[in-house]
Design a protein around this ligand. Structure first.
Ligand code: F6R
Length: 608
């Protein structure tokens, strides 16, 4: 989603802001711009497309001021063209905006009635007009912002500057994240910690309806009525894993290869290596876990699919009923949450608007929320009452990979902790499962060694009209995740299905132009899965199968067969998702698509 960077300090603002925007690039955007003080005015440079375009335009520009703002825009209102790119400048005011102003139509009509002409199709420009009008009426920047705030509806974060106050910035938020980094020499305001940590680790996370007033290196926090708040910066422990590809052609491939480490890091805080026991390091007491009668898991996209796998894990091991729901549905359907419930919200970014809204709804009902996030101090992490971490390290590729396997690892631990609390797990079985969990990273390395297989297979797979991903049991959510990866990266039609559903519709799709990706590890449903494959093959379907060990039957039915190492049945998803990620990656790459930043998608979906 859109990215905001603002800078006051002794360094060259052009460099700092541009580098900051680079650090946010992974979030997805389609135009970018900066407005930097030069000879007492804000000089604006904007460009459609990627930051390289903006970079070329900035090459010949110089600025003598020490303050500026920049933005990467992910189009919501108005096409992704230069005219709509931020910053929006009106009079001496410049603003950048993330989110949506929902009452934009009424505001636009009001302004039009006053004879105001807009130069873009965006909702954001309207805010610049409103602030500018207040300043023309005699207010300073802070007073103008405070006067405009009550007129805005929606979810937004905004950073505003005015040429009349050349050392000041005013940041305010109601929705998408906004963070102020402070040090003795400089202040960086950004929508993502990645743009701040190269400068300082002392940060203030703005909460909704808070306003930050930057005057030189002094930052004052106010509520939206303008009353000062006593809020101190916190020291962040988010090690800035260098956004470098380290020899890989894409971040996504690097992140796929980091998965063994991600899983080891996700497990480490919660396993006792001496006793081979699960010791869940989170705020939930064993006595609380013991009394839980129902678990709800809520998330979006890949996080939702991880939740679906979590349902199989928790129900199998702890025998606690689980409901898994897409956050955008959950938040609007008035869910019934019985008193002894635990709601688990899953979000890599910790900023997904629907998941955050679901969390707030649950808290209002007095039910305990446990978050599973990758980004510490993100909104969801801050607002949840209990916390587990993916510990996957920074994920830059828009398509989630290592965060997914880390989440699966954490959900395994939660399921086992619940099973223990409910006396459903014997000591020897626990030790066996812990050993299997600890062995996962090395099995994952084995699977990654097949990378070339997919690089070669990709070429022949380009010709298919569509892809049907199928699996049974816990492999079904992994089929859904595989199909999602192919859709978002290769822009090819792919569907995930429970293999048992094949006869209820999708069989009609199958002919020689349809590729079937079947997850068929040797488990109690293996024979049934094989029958599904026979049926697909009889109708001309071209089969890519993923199974366990040497499997001649599966091989004979398949165009391509990939053998995974055998592990505990419910842990197989952590291995079988890797070939699906690699398949999508190589297919997309061979089609010439931008694998790290697929079209129309954003890493952090901070608006509905
Ligand atoms: C798919 C993908 C998205 C996210 C979804 C939720 O590869 O990345 O489907 O999983 O937008 O994001 P988080 O987990 O940040 O809440």
């Amino acid at each position: 989603m859109c990215g905001i960077v603002g800078y006051f300090g002794p360094q060259n603002p052009k460099e700092v802001i541009f580098n900051g925007l680079r650090a946010l690039e992974y979030r997805g955007y389609d135009s970018a711009g900066v407005a930097i003080l030069h000879q007492g005015e804000f000089k604006r440079v904007r460009a459609e497309g990627k930051l390289d375009q903006l970079g070329r335009r900035l090459e010949s520009e110089s600025f003598d001021g020490h303050l500026g703002i920049g933005h990467t825009r992910w189009a919501t209102h108005g096409l992704p063209i230069e005219r709509n790119a931020h910053p929006h400048c009106v009079g001496g005011v410049s603003i950048v905006h993330n989110g949506i102003i929902e009452n934009h139509a009424a505001l636009r009509a009001d302004l039009k009635a006053q004879g105001v002409e807009c130069s873009s199709d965006t909702d954001s420009e309207l805010v610049a007009h409103l602030i500018s009008q207040e300043i023309s009426g005699g207010r300073n920047l802070l007073q103008a912002v405070l006067a405009v705030l009550p007129r805005l509806e929606g979810a937004y974060s905004i950073l505003a500057v005015s040429k009349d106050q050349p050392n000041e910035m005013v940041a305010f938020k109601f929705g998408p994240p906004l963070i102020v980094g402070v040090s003795a020499e400089e202040v960086v305001v950004a929508s993502d910690i990645q743009a701040i940590v190269p400068h300082t680790r002392q940060v203030i996370f703005l909460e909704d309806q808070e306003v930050a007033h930057v005057q030189g290196t002094q930052v004052t926090l106010l509520n939206h009525q303008g009353q000062a708040l006593d809020k101190k910066p916190t020291l962040v422990d988010w090690s800035q894993e260098k956004a470098e590809k380290q020899g890989y052609p894409h971040f996504m491939l690097k992140e796929i290869f980091e998965q063994p480490r991600a899983v080891a890091q996700a497990l480490a805080p919660h396993l006792c290596l001496e006793s081979h026991q699960v010791q869940l390091d989170c705020e939930l007491e064993e006595s609380f876990l013991k009394d839980i009668e129902r678990v709800f898991i809520v998330g979006c996209g890949t996080s939702f699919y991880a939740g679906l796998a979590g349902e199989y894990l928790i129900e199998t091991w702890a025998r606690v009923p689980v409901e898994v729901e897409i956050a955008s549905e959950f938040r609007y359907r008035q869910p019934v949450l019985p008193p002894q419930s635990l709601v688990v919200v899953i979000s890599q970014s910790g900023e997904t608007a629907d998941t955050l809204a679901a969390l707030r709804l649950v808290k209002e009902q007095g039910v305990q929320v446990l978050s599973i996030c990758n980004v510490p101090n993100s909104s969801i992490d801050r607002e949840a009452q209990a916390h587990l971490y993916m510990n996957a390290g920074v994920e830059i590729g828009v398509a989630s990979t290592k965060a997914f396997v880390s989440t699966l690892a954490v959900l395994n631990l939660l399921a086992l902790a619940l099973a223990k609390a409910k006396d459903r797990l014997s000591g020897p079985r626990e030790a066996e499962l812990v050993q299997s969990l600890l062995a996962l990273p090395s099995h994952m390395e084995t699977v990654l060694a097949y990378e070339k297989f997919f690089a070669e297979a990709a070429e022949s797979l380009k010709a298919y009209r569509g892809f049907l991903y199928m699996g049974r049991g816990i492999h079904y959510p992994i089929a859904l995740e595989g199909a999602l990866k192919l859709k978002e990266l290769a822009y090819m039609h792919a569907e995930g299905y429970a293999a048992g559903e094949m006869k209820h519709g999708p069989l009609a799709l199958i002919d020689s132009h349809m590729a079937i990706v079947m997850l068929a590890p040797k488990d109690e449903l293996y024979e049934k899965t094989l029958s599904n494959l026979e049926e697909a093959k009889a109708r001309g379907g071209q089969i890519i199968s993923i199974g366990t060990g040497e499997d001649e039957r599966l091989k004979s039915l398949s165009l391509h067969y990939l053998a995974l190492p055998q592990t505990e049945g419910l842990l197989m998803p952590l291995l079988e998702v890797i070939p699906l990620q690699l398949l999508a990656y190589h297919l997309a790459d061979s089609l010439g698509h931008d694998v790290d930043q697929p079209r129309n998608l954003a890493k952090s979906v901070t608006v509905e």
